[in-house]
Design a protein around this ligand. Structure first.
Ligand SMILES: *[C@@H]1O[C@H](CO)[C@@H](O)[C@H](O)[C@H]1NC(C)=O
Ligand SMILES: *[C@@H]1O[C@H](CO)[C@@H](O)[C@H](O)[C@H]1NC(C)=O
Ligand SMILES: *[C@@H]1O[C@H](CO)[C@@H](O)[C@H](O)[C@H]1NC(C)=O
Ligand SMILES: *[C@@H]1O[C@H](CO)[C@@H](O)[C@H](O)[C@H]1NC(C)=O
Ligand SMILES: *[C@@H]1O[C@H](CO)[C@@H](O)[C@H](O)[C@H]1NC(C)=O
Length: 939
């Protein structure tokens, strides 16, 4: 804490500075010059003895001026600390034995068979812990890591944890102020909700530190604060802070303290434009105006200090202070880590120009979906090249995200630019931030850069790499033991320490395959990455080389096939040696050991392909998002749009008699998300019309690879199921009880042959979108009532279903199916707050629990960009089930089970992968065997 200076301490007479070499053009007064003057002045102060009294505020002014341009950083003696400032008295020292450590340190990333000693909130020792090291420790908690991987705690550089809270409630919504585009004086800390359900969930994914940023509604949204996620005894937001700036309590700070880094959020592009009805032109002017004001004020301060340092006290009032401007002035002094949400080349270029005009460094561009296209622009930023903080595959939700590439992390790294993977929590659930790094690795980022991207690099960018982001002696005791290599799919912490305190009580561990202890050896995407740049983010995605000829696949590791309505493994290399499979005219005509297929090996028109242990399996189906109904979510002209709702909207008479809308009538083909899904083995999708109300309409089944709707096989099935949605909505919508009453009415009293009549009779499935247990109970009662009345059996499916595990038994008894969507639930709102989080917090996951009880389960997604990752979602479900879900059951979650639930006939498409099965990070999809079109298509 700063003590107020006593005003009569400093006494000096003729204040004659000895340095006059500096250029007194204050606008360009350099930091060094200022320091030189200060030191000279100080010497003068203490040397001269012919004294007269200075003005009362002289010392305070000197202190202010002395500190003005000192760059932030840890105090010189920081590394001598024997205890963390966050140490909690009573925390037992802990010894981790026999760890494989990924250190974060480029001097040597990996250490094997080492011990880590944690004490006083810091890492005391890394190495072979001999007697000397352990001397004096009597009550040591010892953890045998058994050779498993230990990494530094994850640092999430872009989070809204605590300000955009889970469960989301109107009373806890503090992400964005809407009071104007320029709000540098606001602080995320002031809205930090200590009761957010996500703290523990994110810790269970290995996140230990988060930079809590204001939202991106404003050009300058305010100051961000770095927190550690663990609970504190004090239970206050302040006690969660990691090295908060000293200015947090008072702008006047103890002059002996070197300042700490501050963090600030900026944003350009679509968000500020949308919120304020602006254009990019307006937003940039808002920036320039704000920075010009800050610069003028800074010059006032610098002028003042020049006078102080040269003893020109005459008429000199107080040091100029302005709470509205001080944070931006600090940006201009290079003492703030500026985090700028900026996507497109135009935005990145604008902002780089701004940094040069006002001469302030930028810590990172966030999102920055086009950064990989303009590395030279990034390098022209003032002072240093900013880091780029990204999503792995979340893209195309708005125009400025349209040219995003999954290869951006590796391309930026190849250009020598720092790569950070971030969650933007709750946009992505930060519990799975390591999954972002895993995907970046899958698409080509090296192991060490992928792991650095969520640990040491964000620590460095935040100015906190003197204490977090690494496993090094003297660093904060924040670390994670993983059940598998952290870049293996499904990697899950088995324990997490923050400040030396273990965070998971009785963690549940799902056994992982032995080979998951090494980083996956991922396929090459060199050509795809080059194409992404060549085509400025829009490489052609349509496939061009279908063949009806025979293709012989060698080195086949496994074959999965649909037998009836089940997925079964029909060939496994382990039992028969690497095998052969032969495809002709869209049929898998032979598979198995070499000798099995010899009789087919006669034709000359044969293509050969080595699958390198790869696999053939049923193609996957996507369900749950508007895939096929939109290209860019935020652009109306690229989407089908939302249907009118019978409960909320006036339905025009022209629609009378035809109130249930068919998605097939609004299909858009060859969207990038659909084509990417196709290339990832998701060859069809079931999509319902988009609705904000009760009745969505009739879903359709279409081919994600088709060029247009009249191509053979483009529409697999005009109508699949009838979709409604029941929920407690924010405002204006009728009550849940009203929605249920309306549904009852529609089921009991619709005209013969209309969709609701068909659903009531069980002729088409009725899919109800809801998360909530109580609503599911009402639906089960409604089903019983309607079934009793009609004597039929509604084929009811609950989708979304975050809380469905609570009713596993009842759902199974009623024959009601469930589509878990998203497949790893998050307590996004009150209606979905009772999730079953799965390991390490619970033994069972929602999917394994429902399956255990005999419920038919499928998985779904919320947004079209994630359709391509369906293969990893089902892999995840299997891997966290402690072997309760087999590979075939995992494949069924996104194929046969969805067919059963959604009234889709068994489809015959097969997918060919090289290097592993479709569930593996080692593999790549290389082709689709299309039974319906009678051909094989290389991808
Ligand atoms: C460390 O763990 C590995 C894997 O369990 C084991 O093979 C090795 O023997 C262990 N080393 C020591 C020193 O216990
Ligand atoms: C700010 O004041 C609080 C007490 O209100 C104190 O606990 C905290 O350490 C102070 N923070 C800084 C950075 O000085
Ligand atoms: C097919 O025949 C070629 C040459 O006759 C042979 O090298 C190859 O191993 C055979 N392939 C299979 C699948 O039997
Ligand atoms: C209704 O259909 C489901 C699914 O086919 C079945 O499990 C359930 O037993 C049926 N219920 C009745 C009452 O027939
Ligand atoms: C979790 O699973 C493990 C291994 O199957 C078992 O030993 C343990 O008792 C289970 N815990 C609970 C709470 O069910």
């Amino acid at each position: 804490m700063d003590k107020p200076p006593t005003h009569n301490e400093v006494v000096v007479a003729s204040f004659r500075p000895r340095t006059r070499r500096c250029n007194w053009n204050f606008k360009y007064l350099s930091l060094l010059c200022l320091w030189g003057v200060y030191l000279a002045a100080s010497r003068t102060v203490f040397v001269h003895d012919d004294s007269t009294a200075l003005p009362a505020h002289a010392q305070e002014a000197l202190h202010q001026c002395k500190m003005l341009n000192v760059k932030p950083g840890p105090p010189d003696d920081f590394f001598l600390r024997s205890q963390s400032d966050r140490f909690v008295e009573g925390t037992s020292p802990t010894l981790l034995r026999n760890a494989s450590v990924w250190t974060g340190d480029s001097a040597g990333y990996e250490l094997r068979d080492v011990d880590i000693l944690l004490d006083k909130g810091i890492i005391k020792f890394v190495g072979q812990a001999h007697q000397g090291v352990l001397h004096g420790y009597s009550s040591l908690i010892t953890v045998d890591v058994g050779g498993k991987w230990v990494t530094p705690g994850i640092v999430d550089m872009h989070s809204h944890l605590g300000v955009d809270s889970a469960p989301s409630l109107a009373g806890a919504s503090d992400t964005n102020s809407l009071k104007g585009p320029i709000l540098p004086w606001l602080r995320s800390l002031d809205g930090l909700n200590t009761h957010d359900d996500a703290y523990l969930l994110s810790i269970s994914g290995g996140v230990t530190t988060a930079n809590v940023l204001p939202g991106s509604a404003n050009a300058i949204g305010g100051q961000a604060f770095v927190i550690k996620l663990r609970p504190t005894a004090e239970r206050s937001p302040s006690s969660m802070l990691l090295e908060p700036p000293y200015t947090i309590n008072n702008t006047q700070v103890d002059p002996t303290l070197r300042p700490r880094w501050r963090q600030m959020k900026h944003a350009c592009g679509e968000n500020p434009s949308r919120v304020y009805g602006n254009t990019r032109l307006d937003t940039l002017w808002a920036f320039r105006q704000a920075y010009d004001e800050a610069r003028n004020f800074k010059e006032k301060q610098d002028d003042y200090c020049a006078k102080v340092f040269t003893g020109r006290w005459d008429g000199l009032g107080d040091f100029p202070q302005d709470l509205r401007l001080e944070a931006l002035v600090d940006v201009l002094r290079g003492r703030v880590k500026v985090h700028t949400h900026c996507y497109e080349a135009v935005d990145l270029d604008d902002f780089v120009r701004l940094t040069n005009e006002f001469q302030f460094p930028l810590a990172a561009f966030h999102h920055a979906h086009e950064a990989y296209l303009v590395p030279d622009t990034l390098k022209r930023a003032y002072g240093n090249t900013p880091a780029i903080a990204m999503f792995a595959t979340n893209a195309r939700y708005k125009r400025e995200a349209y040219r995003a590439s999954e290869f951006a992390p590796r391309i930026l790294a190849e250009n020598g630019i720092d790569v950070v993977m971030k969650s933007d929590h709750p946009v992505l659930n930060s519990r799975y931030l390591m999954y972002e790094a895993q995907q970046a690795h899958y698409y080509g980022l090296s192991v060490d850069l992928a792991l650095s991207s969520v640990t040491s690099v964000p620590a460095k960018v935040l100015g906190l790499d003197h204490r977090i982001g690494f496993i090094r002696e003297g660093y904060d005791a924040d670390l994670v033991i993983w059940d598998s290599h952290p870049l293996a799919i499904g990697a899950t912490p088995t324990q997490v320490w923050i400040d030396g305190i273990s965070q998971l009580q009785n963690p549940h561990v799902s056994a992982k395959p032995l080979d998951f202890q090494t980083a996956p050896s991922t396929p090459s995407f060199d050509e795809e990455a080059a194409a992404a740049v060549k085509y400025e983010g829009l490489p052609p995605l349509s496939t061009t080389s279908p063949t009806t000829n025979a293709v012989v696949f060698t080195n086949v590791g496994s074959v999965f096939s649909k037998i009836g309505t089940e997925v079964q493994q029909v060939f496994s290399a382990s039992s028969a040696g690497l095998g052969v499979a032969i495809v002709k005219a869209g049929e898998l005509i032979c598979y198995g050991a070499h000798t099995t297929c010899l009789e087919h090996n006669t034709s000359n028109d044969v293509e050969w392909s080595d699958l390198d242990g790869g696999s053939i399996c049923p193609a996957l189906i996507s369900y749950g998002s508007p895939l096929g109904l939109e290209e860019i979510h935020d652009e109306k002209s690229t989407r089908d749009g939302a249907v009118l709702d019978p409960l909320a909207d006036r339905i025009p008479r022209v629609l009378s008699g035809n109130k249930v809308i068919r998605a097939v009538d609004g299909l858009l083909f060859a969207t990038r998300d659909a084509l990417l899904a196709y290339r990832a083995g998701v060859t069809s999708a079931v999509t319902a019309p988009a609705s904000k109300g009760l009745v969505a309409g009739l879903s359709t089944v279409f081919s994600t690879g088709a060029a247009h709707g009249l191509q053979g096989g483009a529409v697999v099935q005009d109508v699949a199921a009838l979709h409604v949605s029941i929920g407690r909505r924010w405002s204006g919508s009728p009550s849940v009880s009203t929605q249920i009453a309306a549904l009852r009415n529609l089921l009991l009293h619709s005209n013969e042959g209309t969709p609701f009549d068909q659903a009531a009779k069980g002729e088409i499935p009725l899919v109800v979108e809801t998360a909530n247990v109580d609503i599911i109970v009402s639906l089960l009662k409604l089903k019983a009532q309607v079934d009793a009345y009609t004597g039929s059996n509604i084929s009811l499916v609950v989708s979304g279903a975050a809380e469905a595990h609570v009713l596993s038994k009842e759902l199974a008894a009623a024959g009601v199916g469930v589509i878990v969507s998203p497949s790893r639930p998050f307590p996004e709102d009150w209606q979905s707050r009772r999730i079953l989080p799965g390991p390490p917090l619970t033994n069972d996951s929602i999917i394994s629990t429902l399956l255990d009880h005999g419920v038919t389960v499928g998985i779904g997604i919320l947004e079209p960009w994630s359709a391509r990752s369906t293969r990893f979602d089902i892999a995840w479900a299997a891997l966290e089930s402690d072997s309760k879900i087999s590979k075939t059951e995992a494949l069924a979650l996104a194929s046969t089970n969805l067919e059963k639930l959604l009234g889709v006939p068994v489809q015959g498409d097969l997918v060919v992968t090289r290097g592993g099965t479709i569930l593996d990070f080692e593999s790549k999809v290389v082709g689709v065997i299309s039974q319906s079109r009678g051909l094989f298509e290389w991808i």
